[in-house]
Design a protein around this ligand. Structure first.
Ligand code: NAD
Ligand code: UDX
Length: 390
């Protein structure tokens, strides 16, 4: 822990050190959450995942100041009898484990549904049966499409926040038809949210549900062919980073007209820490966690990333930096999209007094500096290898 000053919660009460069972700790969000907990708190983490690459720097060497506060357990929660024991040993369970890349939702819908619903069931059950608190990671995708997207394109009502603002306690969840398998993920996440809520209502489970709105930053996903499969399709930050690193055009799916709000991972992690340390204010709530001030179309994101990458790499951008592709070509049959995602921040503001800080430009500058430093050399090497001919 950084300082010896006693830490207090938002109501001035002392924060007692706790043991946290973090499932999916080896992923993007988990790695940042572990870093924060090790550097700034006295809490212990039982880190569960099938991979540990993204938290290796926190596990080794054994001389790290927090070495006795983090323990890695390599396990798959689908079939591992150690899960219940680890939850029982902890004060709080945080479940991050999921398949959560859109390229999988329509091509591996069964794995997606199992991962986001069936595999999360025992976690909820063990927390409920053993009287343990649960923070479960859901998604902004549970909102699906906005009400406004069903209005005529030129309707002035589309400008009215009532038709697009996404509020935890008021907005409906609007998904496309079943044959649009994109919604398999959102639907599974919605059902596990409902189950957790019902466990709270009927059996007294102490829970918090987090709905992240496009958290981005270093260590998100993988760069195809470098630290992930060559044919893999990660989320948009890694897709665009990969193209920039390789001096290729950024692909805009269906014209890049969809809108997103992006938040810097470090801002979002501050919100999660407040939830962890303020159970009286967080229990029983569903929280949007996003940055409503950082809204762009995907096309604008591509343009901004191109500019920022040119600045941090000192390389001139391509003359035509983007190319349009159809969603069918890029993701295959069954893809569909959320049109717009602006989080209503009323509830998280009221309960935890939290606000995001980092602008889109600043978070891209810091993230793309990391991408360039981490991958540019490896990509250069990979691209200079002669291509095998048959
Ligand atoms: N990053 C975002 O913007 C975002 C947005 C919305 C929702 N979420 C949700 O937040 C959570 C974490 O997302 P992330 O971006 O860190 O994704 P991630 O893929 O980087 O992390 C998920 C981790 O869970 C692990 N995992 C998956 N199945 C497992 C299993 N059966 N057993 C053990 N470990 C398993 C994976 O190995 C991975 O390390 C997910 O539930 C996701 O749906 C994230
Ligand atoms: O190369 C690309 C990749 C993606 N895109 C577009 O960029 C937008 C954002 O795509 P992302 O891959 O980041 O994923 P989405 O925002 O659609 O969904 C994400 O939202 C929240 C989480 O639950 C998940 O992490 C994921 O489902 C989409 O409109 C997508 O079609 C491109 O135009 N080009």
């Amino acid at each position: 822990m950084a300082s010896g000053v006693a830490r207090v919660d938002l109501d001035g009460g002392p924060i007692k050190p706790m043991t946290i069972c973090m499932i999916g700790a080896g992923g993007f969000i988990g790695s940042h959450l572990c870093e924060k907990l090790m550097a700034e708190t006295p809490h212990k983490v039982l880190a569960l995942d099938v991979y540990s690459d993204k938290i290796k720097h926190l596990l080794e060497p054994a001389t790290l100041p927090w070495a006795d506060r983090i323990q890695f357990h390599r396990l798959n929660i689908k079939h591992d009898s150690r899960l219940e024991g680890l939850i029982k040993m902890s004060d709080l369970t945080i479940n991050l484990a999921a398949i959560c890349t859109p390229a999988d939702y329509n091509t591996r819908p069964l794995d997606t549904i199992y991962s986001n619903f069936i595999d999360a069931l025992p976690v909820v059950k063990y927390c409920s049966e053993n009287g343990k608190r649960l923070i479960h990671f859901s998604t902004c995708e549970v909102y699906g499409k906005t009400i406004g997207s069903f209005l005529p394109k030129d309707s002035p009502l589309r400008q009215d926040p009532a038709y697009y603002m996404l509020s935890e306690d008021a907005s409906p969840c609007i998904f496309g038809p079943i044959e649009k398998q994109r919604w398999s993920y959102a639907c599974a996440k919605q059902l596990i949210e409902r189950l957790i809520y019902a466990e709270g209502a009927e059996n007294g489970l102490e829970f918090t549900i987090v709905r992240p709105f496009n958290w981005i930053g270093p260590r998100m996903d993988f760069i195809p062919g470098i630290d992930g499969p060559s044919e893999g399709v990660p989320r948009v930050l890694a897709c665009f980073s990969n193209a920039l690193l390789r001096h290729q055009q950024l692909k805009l799916v269906d014209g890049g007209q969809s809108q997103r709000t992006f938040i810097f991972i470090k801002d979002a992690i501050e919100a999660v820490l407040l939830m962890i340390e303020n159970p009286a204010r967080a229990n029983g709530h569903i929280f949007n966690v996003g940055n409503p001030n950082n809204e762009v179309t995907v096309r604008q994101l591509a343009e901004m990333m191109t500019q920022v990458y040119s600045k941090v790499s000192d390389e001139a951008p391509l003359e035509v930096p983007t190319v349009d592709v159809s969603s069918k070509e890029f993701y295959g049959e069954g893809y569909d999209d959320s049109d717009k995602r602006i989080p209503d921040m009323t509830i998280i503001n009221r309960q935890l007094g939290w606000n995001p800080k980092t602008s889109l430009w600043d978070l891209l500058e810091s993230t793309l500096t990391y991408q360039h430093r981490t991958y540019a050399e490896a990509i250069k090497k990979a691209m200079s290898k002669p291509v095998a001919t048959s």
